[in-house]
Design a protein around this ligand. Structure first.
Ligand code: GLU
Length: 417
């Protein structure tokens, strides 16, 4: 399935940046490893009375800059190496946006739609119990990722709190607002993507409204960025989800598609004037101005990179482009706004939620979005400046900033003992 193993990809990317930064070999060696990785068994009595064991993971890549931070993914396809790669990516993402966190990630091998609500709650509570000594507001703070949501975070928070004899909202972010979640958190990754592409177009003289846009992914992030661009007046000509999707040269009505999806229907079955159903492979062949991969990692590979015909790629997913594909696209002159820069809105607002929980003082949506915009656009400016100065891609510049901050902190702290 992978072009190469995702953790190997993450290490190759780090090696490449280490060379650019001239990092001392010991620092590079240290950062290539994860600090802690745990595999747990999650036994659950299913609705039919039979016991089923699910596999779960939590990986802490780095706590050099602060408590580890990263989502929990529920997917049948989750592997330990995927979680390690995503944990490392979180270290770079939090560092790039100057958040006082390290990086981590978790996962459970389960497809949420294949289990009942009760079974899913049991899985979440038992997973939390198994990793309870690893997590905590000062240690490691989970959040939603693919397949998990605010309800999942509520169960994690409750399980953790019950074991500690008091309510501890700061143990997770992305909670429901009623129990200490932040306004704006559920849309934050999509909102951040919008701020970044809007700024990019303003800075480099593109007219966002007249762009043709193709989006892969219609989940918690994909549908938010699709709706924001649609409301802004952009023409979105294709959207797919895992099972495929729809294409219309005239542009799609995103509100109707969200309504359709919310009824539990597949995008590919949506019918309308001039609308054609398409596969994910076909999606990447559509000529457009802006392509937004916002599904999973390793979607743009050496096998389809040559087919891609767009001016800008805005990475909403984590790791959607393999290094080989990145090379091909850079040679073609395609601009890639990389994941750790573009999709940082989620973890930035997670940070705001954590700050609000710890201070027991809640912000309104206006303040959340204003501060999100400031942080993500400051990062954007820093990345653009370094990319220009060093004549590097936005990805390389982003990684150079992120990795050098962690490396510097590691040098200052030293290696224990
Ligand atoms: N899962 C999200 C990400 O990959 C958010 C992580 C968080 O908020 O901690 O960025």
């Amino acid at each position: 399935m992978w072009e190469i193993n995702p953790y190997e990809i993450a290490k190759i990317e780090l090696e490449f940046i280490a060379k650019k930064l001239d990092l001392p070999p010991n620092i590079e060696k240290f950062l290539k490893n994860v600090e802690r990785s745990v595999i747990v068994s999650i036994p659950v009595i299913m609705d039919d009375g039979n016991l089923k064991i699910f596999e779960g993971f939590r990986v802490q890549h780095s706590s050099v800059l602060g408590p580890c931070k990263g989502g929990v993914r529920y997917s049948q396809l989750v592997t330990l190496d995927e979680i390690k790669a995503l944990a490392m990516l979180m270290t770079w993402k939090t560092s790039l946006h100057r958040l006082p966190f390290g990086g981590s990630k978790g996962g459970v091998c389960v497809y949420p739609k294949n289990v009942s609500k009760r079974e899913l709650e049991q899985i979440t509570r038992r997973y939390t119990a198994e990793i309870i000594n690893m997590i905590g507001p000062n240690k490691d703070i989970p959040a939603p990722d693919i397949g998990t949501d605010a309800q999942t975070m509520a169960y994690i928070m409750d399980t953790y709190s019950m074991q500690h004899g008091k309510t501890i909202p700061g143990v997770v972010t992305g909670k429901p607002i009623e129990i200490g979640g932040s306004p704006g958190r559920s849309d934050a990754a999509g909102t951040g993507l919008f701020f970044v592409i809007e700024k990019y177009c303003e800075k480099f003289d593109y007219d966002l409204k007249s762009m043709t846009i193709v989006i892969q992914g219609f989940g918690k992030v994909g549908s938010v960025i699709a709706k924001k661009l649609y409301e802004y007046g952009c023409k979105i000509i294709a959207i797919t989800e895992l099972a495929g999707g729809v294409y219309s040269e005239k542009g799609l009505d995103v509100d109707l598609l969200i309504e359709w999806r919310d009824k539990g229907k597949f995008l590919k079955d949506f019918k309308g004037n001039s609308i054609k159903s398409i596969t994910n492979e076909e999606l990447f062949k559509i000529k457009c101005d802006l392509l937004i991969p916002v599904a999973t990692e390793n979607q743009i590979t050496k096998h389809n990179a040559n087919d891609i015909d767009c001016k800008i790629i805005l990475e909403g997913a984590n790791g959607p482009t393999t290094p080989k594909a990145d090379e091909i696209l850079n040679k073609k002159g395609t601009i890639i706004i990389p994941d750790i820069l573009a999709n940082g809105g989620g973890v930035i607002v997670s940070y705001f939620e954590y700050v609000q929980d710890i201070n027991a003082y809640y912000w309104d949506l206006e303040r959340v979005n204003k501060e999100l915009k400031k942080i993500i656009l400051d990062t954007f400016e820093n990345v653009c400046n370094l990319a220009k100065e060093k004549k590097e891609s936005l990805r390389t510049a982003s990684y150079m900033i992120a990795v050098s901050r962690v490396a510097k902190a590691l040098q200052l702290r030293g290696i224990f003992p």
